[in-house]
Design a protein around this ligand. Structure first.
Ligand code: ZN
Length: 494
């Protein structure tokens, strides 16, 4: 048991500790040269900045050869290494600066004036901030942004063939025999028997999470919670859920929703902030309901007890919240929204595995569609999280994820297999009203967070720490000054 939670602790720390300092990085010194002539490279770069949905339309008309695509793949791989290497190098430099500054402080400590000491503290604080940010970029933001690009390259190459196959399956009717293809019987089919046996598990988990102080505050705005409740219950009614759904909206900035076994859905404020329309929200809720329906948590929990799982989560949260063994880098990641409850919670409890993510995607798409929503809202939201946000946070559905292309392919295929429906809902005035209500709530939460004494800035009265800007929607190349950057599709920011 001890070993089990230690592993979780290590995982939390290792994600950021890896490559933090010390070792020499074998990163390419020069940025890679574009592997293709501009007439090919440019349009391919532009294509990779399009959304998945646009690319599904566009890919069959694109005429890039396999060699060109392979060259581009190699290029992206090198570019990623170069870009990560640059930030690792910067991070190492900041580490060295930090050592030097700490050395200075030690030397002058006995004799320094208050002003000198304050100045040094401020410098150390600022350097720590910069060092952590470079680590987060090198370990999370850059790799994910490239993973997403590579998935889009896969799409350009493979989708035309996959599309042919899908059309064939539709033509010969074999698509009806796919797992859970009986979508006209949603609500009357059994995905996994014994849903109600999970209720106690969920209740126990909630009770213990609350006791351990793990549950973020609930969002205190009836108009918003009523709205989310309404959408979630509507989707639940059109799903295979055979037990009541309990909906809680948490006032936390994570872009995440999760469901505990037994029908306990938690939607975090950050998700509402990030969603642009009701079909996106419905898609995510459908996915979470899918986990509950298929009893993924139960299947993965098999041996673990709730006690041990919550204990683990509390340990991880303690590390995250105190800076602890995982270091200040982890704390910074928290600030960026990478980590949070979504990271602390055990994936088994949430029913998250690569295989189960695909299952929950399929069910969620079916449920959103069956409720009357545009099922591609899920793809749009996913895309935004992986591309426009630039960062992928600790959201449970990005933690142990299937390869991006496979996930998008499966999602699009399922949407194509669904019977056509008229007037699918994308947006609603109630959603827009909710967003209006949400604005001041988010502003207040952000202001409170700023006012909170921070571990990151123990020294008061310093200039604000420097920030490495990486704007959502910005192509990843810009932060590494790689050539061939074209900004084409600036998606409206939220
Ligand atoms: Zn999931």
């Amino acid at each position: 048991m001890k070993a089990a939670y230690l592993r979780v602790l290590l995982f939390a720390g290792a994600a950021l500790a890896a490559g933090a300092s010390g070792c020499a990085h074998k990163a390419p010194v020069e940025p890679p040269k574009p592997p293709l002539v501009p007439a090919v490279f440019q349009p391919l770069q532009e294509a990779l900045q399009k959304s998945y949905l646009e690319l599904f339309q566009l890919a069959p008309t694109l005429e890039f050869s396999n060699t060109q695509i392979q060259n581009m793949r190699n290029y992206l791989e090198q570019a990623r290494k170069y870009c990560v290497g640059q930030y690792k190098k910067k991070s190492d430099q900041y580490s060295a600066d930090l050592k030097r500054l700490e050395g200075n402080l030690k030397q002058v400590s006995a004799t320094a004036s208050d002003t000198q000491r304050h100045d040094l503290h401020c410098q150390i604080q600022n350097t720590r901030a910069l060092q952590s940010q470079t680590e987060v970029l090198a370990d999370h933001a850059i790799p994910v942004a490239y993973e997403n690009k590579e998935a889009k390259l896969d799409l350009i190459q493979q989708w035309p063939g996959d599309l042919k196959q899908i059309k064939q399956q539709i033509a010969d009717g074999s698509y009806l025999k796919r797992q859970w293809g009986d979508v006209k019987d949603i609500g009357f089919r059994e995905i996994a028997s014994g849903q109600k046996d999970d209720i106690k598990t969920g209740e126990d988990a909630i009770k213990q999470m609350k006791q351990a102080g793990l549950m973020p505050k609930e969002l205190d705005n009836k108009a918003i919670t009523d709205y989310v409740e309404g959408v979630a219950q509507k989707v639940a009614k059109h799903s295979d859920l055979q037990i009541p759904l309990h909906v809680t909206v948490l006032n936390s900035k994570e872009i995440n929703a999760f469901a505990l076994p037994g029908g306990f859905l938690f939607v975090e404020r950050g998700l509402l902030d990030a969603a642009d329309d009701e079909s996106e929200l419905a898609g995510v809720i459908g996915h979470e309901i899918g986990h509950v329906v298929a009893r993924h948590g139960h299947k993965l929990m098999q041996k673990a007890t709730i006690e041990s799982v919550v204990f683990q989560a509390a340990q991880v949260a303690a590390v995250l919240l105190t800076g602890g063994a995982a270091g200040i880098g982890t704390y910074y990641a928290l600030q960026y929204g990478f980590y949070g409850l979504g990271l602390a919670l055990n994936l088994n409890l949430l029913g998250v595995s690569r295989e189960y993510e695909l299952q929950a995607d399929q069910l969620g798409i079916q449920y959103a569609w069956n409720t009357g929503y545009d099922p591609s809202g899920f793809i749009r939201f996913f895309d935004k999280m992986a591309t426009q946000e630039g960062y992928v946070n600790g959201a449970s559905w990005f933690r142990d994820h299937p390869p991006f292309y496979q996930r998008m392919l499966d999602a699009e295929r399922e949407i194509m297999f669904l019977p056509k429906k008229e007037n699918l809902v994308v947006q609603s005035s109630a959603f827009e009203q909710m967003k209006k209500e949400l604005k001041p709530v988010t502003a207040k939460a952000e202001a409170e967070e700023k006012g909170r004494p921070s571990l990151l800035a123990p020294e008061q009265g310093c200039p604000a720490p420097q920030k490495i800007e990486y704007k959502p929607g910005e192509p990843i190349e810009t932060i590494c000054s790689l050539p061939g950057t074209v900004v084409t599709t600036k998606v409206a920011s939220r």
